[in-house]
Design a protein around this ligand. Structure first.
Ligand SMILES: Cc1cc2nc3c(=O)[nH]c(=O)nc-3n(C[C@H](O)[C@H](O)[C@H](O)COP(=O)(O)OP(=O)(O)OC[C@H]3O[C@@H](n4cnc5c(N)ncnc54)[C@H](O)[C@@H]3O)c2cc1C
Length: 536
């Protein structure tokens, strides 16, 4: 390919019930971002637009941004900072996604922070994750740093002033807000929260039923007794299908190609045993976390070294649920090797129970077009539907769709080279949090938070106001490649946006290695006086 060189915290608001649990104690229950979103992206500034200055500005109050706030208060007390988020409350992903059954697909012992224990079942619902994040905010008095309903539209770096100017719009009032900050900590996630990705199919406008993307699932969607077709078979489909199947007349999952699934019990035996033995919860958290990380490391290594063996184990897991007569070859045998895309965990085999009961059927075929009454497939088969759910993924949002300028010039991120998947050449005083594909995202959010705090301390120590990363003399001949190697990992949202992402070099310093087990030692050991760091 291109190979080159709560508005200011609104205090205790109403509680909100989601997924059976009341969890929001901090925020106003407002409009969800999405259909009802205020699109006041371009509020006009006046000379009266207030400007506030902070040492650090964190973009996003999802799991990464809340973690960043925690680490700053603990490791850099006295640092002035603010967390801005365009949504009405904290949680990011876990606030936005509200389709039935929404849950994590990795275990919370590693998806949770290293500093806050997780006591529940490994796979958690969005409501449980929000409750956990709410506890982190409350226990650490972080609410005072977070401002919701602030959508950031632009960020301009001035080398003369050695600071960023950030322009935001309040989504509730449309007012312009302006901030300056010495350092930008980008915890914006990786996809656009306002809407998911839906491909264009012929005849969509002729379809007489409802087309729903899970990311903007209407709270009042009535699927009881309906014929539902779900397009796609990734983690979202695997979650939503078992959650709605019992109520629907029938659910048909249409996939162009199969996905790997990993069925397993949603409990951790070691944790349960340790609890029976009355071991301290702190210890249990640490032991289970280590066990999970060790198991994940072994699995990831095996997926690369003996993919065929891992593949047959995964297929045997599915076979054990669906029995010998089910056509696993057609519907559950992907053409790629395990871990080239995320593997969807199926807690307690719930997806397969629906298939076995006859409530859910799998169709592996291509969509020819939408019709007035459903879908026509390339094979000629017609699938009747009242509701079509497009579980077709995300639109990537690179750096929060913020218009960046460096000294008056628009930033072309694709022309930069990324330093360890967290900083970019030519972009001073900015760190980007992008987690792991094959391990929990938060493992990296914690590691990078330590790095930011260490970097800020170092800058203070040497009296620097600006840090850049730059290629070293020995990198002059380094081949520059697309940000991610599609051979390594190739989900659709990334492949569709590869041309927007920074370049990767062929040395670990200049790429996101996606390897937690390597980075957990490498990142804390980074020499901040190394030649790749330039301080001013
Ligand atoms: C349904 C679902 C399940 C998942 N399960 C897992 C899992 O089990 N394990 C795992 O590792 N990963 C999982 N992921 C990936 C998941 O998104 C991340 O792991 C993690 O939640 C990302 O957290 P974050 O805080 O970095 O980003 P997000 O959760 O995306 O939050 C980013 C925040 O930044 C805000 N923001 C962005 N741009 C702007 C802007 N311009 N102005 C103001 N605010 C802005 C957004 O409003 C949002 O609140 C899942 C994703 C989905 C969708």
């Amino acid at each position: 390919m291109f190979e080159t060189r709560c508005s200011e915290l609104v205090g205790a608001g109403d509680g909100l019930r989601l997924g059976g649990a009341t969890f929001v104690r901090y925020c106003r229950v407002g409009e969800r971002m999405g259909a009802g979103m205020t699109t006041a992206n371009h509020a006009t500034e006046t000379h009266e637009t207030p400007t506030e200055h902070f040492d650090v500005l964190i973009v996003g109050a999802g799991i990464s941004g809340i973690g960043g706030a925690y680490h700053l208060t603990k490791q850099r007390p006295g640092t002035s900072f603010v967390v801005l988020d365009s949504l009405d409350s904290f949680g990011g992903t876990w606030w936005t996604h509200r389709y039935p059954g929404v849950r994590s697909d990795s275990d919370l012992h590693t998806f949770g922070y290293r500093f806050k224990r997780w006591r529940g079942a490994p796979i958690a619902t969005a409501a449980e994750i929000l409750r956990y994040l709410g506890e982190v905010i409350e226990e650490n008095d972080l609410a005072r740093f977070i401002r919701y309903q602030h959508r950031i539209a632009s960020a301009q770096w001035s080398s003369a002033d050695q600071r960023w100017t950030i322009k935001a719009t309040r989504t509730d009032t449309g007012e312009a807000r302006r901030f300056t900050a010495n350092f930008l900590w980008m915890c914006q996630g990786y996809y656009r929260h306002s809407e998911g990705y839906t491909p264009e199919w012929e005849g969509m406008d002729e379809f007489g039923g409802q087309i729903i993307h899970p990311q903007t699932w209407p709270e009042d969607l009535d699927y009881a007794g309906k014929q539902v077709v779900v397009i796609g078979s990734g983690a979202t489909a695997a979650t939503v299908v078992p959650a709605i199947a019992a109520d629907c007349a029938h659910v048909t999952v249409v996939q162009r190609s199969p996905t790997y699934f990993r069925p397993g019990r949603n409990r951790n035996d070691i944790a349960e045993t340790l609890r029976e033995l009355k071991i301290d919860e702190e210890w249990i958290h640490e032991i289970v976390r280590r066990q999970m990380l060790r198991d994940q490391a072994i699995f990831t290594k095996r997926a690369v070294e003996e993919p065929e063996k891992v593949k047959s184990e995964l297929l045997a897991g599915v076979r054990a649920h669906l029995g010998p007569d089910f056509d696993i070859e057609t519907h559950f045998t992907p053409s790629y090797r395990p871990w080239q895309q995320r593997i969807a965990f199926v807690p307690d085999g719930d997806l397969f129970q629906g298939i076995k009961s006859g409530k859910v059927s799998m169709v592996t075929d291509e969509i020819d077009r939408f019709t007035a009454s459903g879908l026509r497939l390339k094979s000629g088969e017609e699938l009747p539907a009242d509701i079509i759910v497009t579980a077709t993924g995300f639109n990537m949002s690179v750096l929060g769709d913020i218009a960046f300028e460096i000294d008056g010039r628009p930033l072309a991120l694709s022309e930069t080279v990324n330093y360890r998947g967290m900083m970019f050449t030519g972009v001073p005083n900015l760190l980007w949090v992008f987690g792991y594909f094959r391990a929990s995202w938060t493992l990296r959010a914690d590691l990078l938070a330590d790095f930011v705090c260490r970097l800020l301390a170092h800058m203070e120590e040497i009296g620097a106001k600006q840090v850049d990363v730059a290629l070293r003399p020995e990198d002059a001949e380094m081949k520059l490649l697309p940000w991610i190697d599609p051979e390594n990992f190739n989900p659709g949202y990334l492949m569709r946006s590869l041309d927007l992402l920074p370049k990767r070099g062929d040395k670990p310093e200049w790429q996101h290695t996606q390897d937690y087990w390597r980075e957990k030692d490498e990142i804390p050991a980074i020499d901040l006086d190394g030649p790749e760091f330039i301080y001013r």
